[in-house]
Design a protein. Structure first.
Length: 70
C-alpha cells in the first residue's frame, strides 16, 4: 500500500508512518529511518530505499498502519 504522491524524478523521500487510531483518538504521524526504526523526526532517504522500506513496513503492519512515501 506504499504510495508515491510526488513526481518520480525526486531523488530523496521521507517515509511517513501512521498507526490507525480507534474511535475518536488522533493518530500520530511518525517517520521511519533508513533501518526501519520508528522516529518522531523525518529522515531523508534515496527514493528506491524509501519505496522498499515503505513496502516492507506495510507488509509487517498490515491494516494497523498506513505507510506513505512523501
Amino acid at each position: 500500500m506504499a504510495t508515491s504522491p510526488v513526481a518520480p524524478a525526486c531523488p530523496i523521500r521521507l517515509v511517513c508512518f501512521r498507526l490507525l487510531a480507534k474511535g475518536k483518538e488522533q493518530s500520530r504521524r511518525l517517520f521511519l529511518d533508513g533501518e526501519g526504526h520508528i522516529s518522531a523526526d523525518p529522515h531523508w532517504l534515496p527514493r528506491e530505499q524509501a519505496l522498499l522500506l515503505a513496502h516492507n513496513q506495510q507488509l509487517i503492519w498490515g491494516s494497523a498502519a498506513r505507510v506513505l512515501v512523501l
